[in-house]
Design a protein around this ligand. Structure first.
Ligand code: FES
Length: 168
């Protein structure tokens, strides 16, 4: 067993990292927990990006190259989308029941993209997540890191328009 002296800090104060930490702790931060941990990150955030993979690598005491290797080898993992802005829509059970589908439809109608796609101008990527740990706020989405709950299609689209507009 590896002695873990100081645990690395998560990339930011997003509460979902606590859930990722629980997954790693359950396995004693052992390296064999890598795939399960990446699954967890992807389930919560919708994709894997560099800060996430750094965090997982450091926490499990693995070289970053190993984490990238696993993340790119298995097709079930998707790396950070290409768009300047990211909208993660939770399609977990609670959110689905409360209208996640309408959110996905709204996104398709307005931007012409499905979950997992990026607009041709690279402004927006849409990603699906299985449960972002905010079921009480269903339907929920995360736009550029901000968790939004009890969402209507109009609210979601307005928020996306705002982040795109503010950045230009
Ligand atoms: S199902 Fe959407 S937050 Fe849990």
């Amino acid at each position: 067993m590896t002695l873990q002296l100081a645990k690395p800090a998560p990339p930011d104060d997003d509460k979902r990292w606590k859930m990722v930490e629980v997954t790693m702790r359950r396995s004693g931060y052992a390296s064999h927990a890598l795939i399960e941990t990446l699954h967890r990150v992807q389930g919560l955030f919708g994709y894997l990006d560099e800060p996430a993979m750094n965090f997982v690598a450091e926490s499990l005491g693995l070289p970053l190259s190993k984490v990238y290797g696993v993340a790119t080898f298995y097709h079930l993992f998707s790396l950070k989308p290409q768009g300047k802005h990211t909208c993660v829509i939770c399609t977990g059970t609670a959110c689905y029941i409360k209208g996640a589908r309408e959110l996905v439809d709204g996104l398709r109608q307005k931007y012409g993209i499905e979950l997992g796609q990026t607009t041709p101008d690279l402004e927006l990527s849409a990603v699906g997540a299985r449960c972002i740990g905010a079921c009480g706020l269903a339907p929920a989405a995360v736009v550029d890191g901000e968790v939004l709950g009890n969402l209507t299609v109009d609210q979601l689209l307005a928020r996306i328009e705002k982040v795109i507009h503010d950045a230009t």
